[in-house]
Design a protein around this ligand. Structure first.
Ligand code: ING
Length: 311
């Protein structure tokens, strides 16, 4: 194995954020976990998707009302500035998910990567938007990401910062192999992802245990098949009675789970990750240059939905 290259990776899982919880109280929770990550000598902290508010796509409202109540018009802004200040003081970088309202009035499910100087080095806007845009009054809750957010327009970015190539995505993105391959083809060594995953499926009577199973199997397979560390942060527990899964994990390039949360509350997990472990998998089994055959993969980009078998 090549010379070890350690990076302290922390995942700051969040317990519920209720409708009544204001952003200031949420930021204080994030600050507490940033301090714990610092004590555990983390260099990077991953916070969840839509970390500043409750998972509001579960509620039917107008886009205007959603934007006023749950979206950020600037990042950083006075409410979250203490998080940026603390990160700079501790020399820790972080990933943060939030709802973005642009000056042009566009709405995205967004994440940022902030370096150890407290500077935003990259932004990502969620590409795979699950759920629906229509009102389903008979459903126990909604999943209106297709109503409240536009499809991301920033690709799958990989950024070299804090001595590592870091790719980021958001929640449902993790279920699509294209997401992780797009990062590993840009030599990503770590993939960071926040998620809010309801325990119940409003479309079919999916056994609840499958939510945790499909979440974990997706991340373990993706880490192995792309020779990268994956750090995934849940916002979980019961938000105003609506339950979301925990299962925050840090997965090694071997596909093995190196750390996993054991609660559905605010909880920090940590691994002093050796990025060199990915080198070994990139050198041998997943040596893309040596083994991939893109001339046979055209279907992957030519077709959106499944079609007829090729002749
Ligand atoms: N949540 C869920 C997720 O992808 C979901 C939605 C769950 C879709 C299970 C399909 C199957 O984890 C978000 N916010 O994407």
């Amino acid at each position: 194995m090549s010379q070890s290259r350690k990076l302290g990776i922390a995942v700051a899982q969040m317990g519920p954020v209720h409708l009544a919880d204001d952003r200031k109280s949420v930021v204080n929770r994030l600050l507490d976990m940033l301090r714990e990550a610092k004590e555990r000598r983390a260099n990077l902290v991953v916070f969840p998707e839509l970390a500043l508010t409750t998972f509001f796509p579960r509620y039917w409202m107008s886009e205007k009302e959603a934007a006023e109540r749950f979206f950020e018009t600037a990042m950083p802004n006075p409410t979250v500035q203490p998080l940026f200040d603390a990160a700079r003081q501790y020399e820790i970088g972080f990933y943060l998910g939030y709802a973005e309202l642009t000056r042009e009035g566009q709405r995205f499910n967004t994440s940022i990567l902030v370096d150890s100087h407290g500077e935003i080095v990259r932004k990502y806007r969620k590409i795979h938007l699950p759920g629906h845009a229509d009102h389903k009054p008979d459903a126990p809750f909604q999943h209106l990401e297709k109503k409240y957010f536009g499809v991301g327009d920033l690709g799958f970015p990989v950024t070299r910062t804090m001595g590592a190539n870091i790719g980021m995505c958001i929640c449902n993105d993790r279920r699509w192999p294209e997401t992780w391959r797009a990062m590993s083809l840009q030599s990503a060594e770590i993939g960071v992802v926040g998620y809010n995953t309801p325990s119940w499926n409003i479309h079919w009577n999916e056994p609840p245990h499958l939510r945790m199973h499909t979440h974990l199997v997706t991340l373990q397979a993706s880490a192995y098949q792309n020779a990268m560390w994956i750090a995934a942060a849940a916002k979980c527990g019961s938000e105003d009675g609506f339950h979301m899964i925990g299962g925050s994990v840090i997965v090694a390039p071997s596909g093995e789970i190196a750390a996993q949360s054991s609660t559905e509350e605010d909880e920090v997990i940590f691994v002093n990750a050796d990025l060199a472990l990915g080198d070994t998998f990139r050198e041998h089994v997943f040596n893309f240059a040596k083994h991939r055959r893109p001339e046979h993969y055209r279907l992957l980009v030519e077709r959106t939905g499944a079609g007829e078998p090729l002749p």
